[in-house]
Write a protein that binds this ligand. Sequence first.
Ligand code: HAM
Length: 423
Amino acid sequence: MSFQIPRGTQDILPGEVEKWQYVEQLARDICRRYNYQEIRTPIFEHTELFLRGVGDSTDIVQKEMYTFEDRGGRSITLRPEGTAAVVRSFVENKMYGQPNQPVKLYYIGPMFRYERPQAGRFRQFVQFGVEALGSNDPAIDAEVIALAMNVYQSLGLKKLKLVINSLGDVESRKAHRQALIDHFQGRITELCEDCQARLEKNPMRILDCKKDRDHELMATAPSILDYLNEESRTYFAKVQTYLTKLGIRFEVDPRLVRGLDYYNHTAFEIMSEAEGFGAITTLCGGGRYNGLVQEIGGPETAGIGFALSIERLLAALQAEGILLPISARIDCYVVALGEKAKEEAVSLVHALRQAGITAEKDYQDRKVKAQLKAADRLQAQYVAILGDDELEKQIINVKNMKTGEQTEVPLASFVQYVKNALV
Ligand code: HAM
């Protein structure tokens, strides 16, 4: 019997995992600079949270959730995204009462969606996301967008497009909703079944339909920007002013509606424009969700955030031919020949490691030549060779692999020698 990995998931093996570590560390460092703190919430939550939080007219809730009953008969769902869970935790832990507002949080972890797998689309993927809760200042919208752009740009990505839109406040959306109903109603049967259901529940979702994207009614649909009230218009204008001040280029796209129900005011996506990136070009998506905290049972609180997947980020790096500065080199390989020397090598690599040096030795009882080859494969900076004769004399030969220079070093000062040589 043989086993295969489930569709839409992947093993991240040594050689590849270093890229993940690099990118995740970079994201953490950038969050530190912007003063966002990490939050870790469970991989699964009660299903009701996502019905409420993500919205029951969304594709995620309708078609993509990994939902099951646990042994206690409760409906549990593997998290399809991070925002609902962060807001749940924000409310549950009464973070709205903390003296430091807004509460600025970030997370990195796996999310699960039962989607049709294809390039850039997985069933388990890792999102890095941030959420800023408790501020209605358009400057925080600009900050969140700047943070996302900063992550990509620090990695050297250039072919990026930032698209923004405003979904307005409740009043603006109500007006737009009616206009959409009027627009689609007469010919709704020309659209897919999902869109027909969306007309009543959430007509804005129609604009996000993957099937009917090219239908002529889509291009002529009323634009939300024409329905923004004064307050929403002013808010959106301020966000744009701040972005311009920060030197962040953007396009306004009134068709950007996003796939989750909780958004209002600012919505944005970052796409890759690299050639050969593939059909799915969205790298990052986010926006403002001012009603969500209340929806989840907390006090009225503003919120904005984004999430991006590491999978798509790495794909963008590959499409732009960017190599990350990752080194898998080890510092020192200890080659031993002879029984006594082999025994001593066990202690020597231990001592090196205790001193903070990356060290390796042979465990396959290989001949000297094969040990040297292994050291070569690991790109050891120094190779220390110990035979029974050297051991007798309490010395060891240390070779600098870059210069070829060999030095006879007293065993007693071997660790210190390597340590000094490495600086
Ligand atoms: P989302 O647009 O559903 O938003 O997902 C955000 C990002 O997650 C996407 O832009 C993409 O990079 C990645 N992503 C989504 N689905 C997949 C998949 N199947 N495979 C690989 N990557 C994927 C959210 O999840 C919101 N919670 C974002 C947010 C945070 N809004 C406010 N705060």
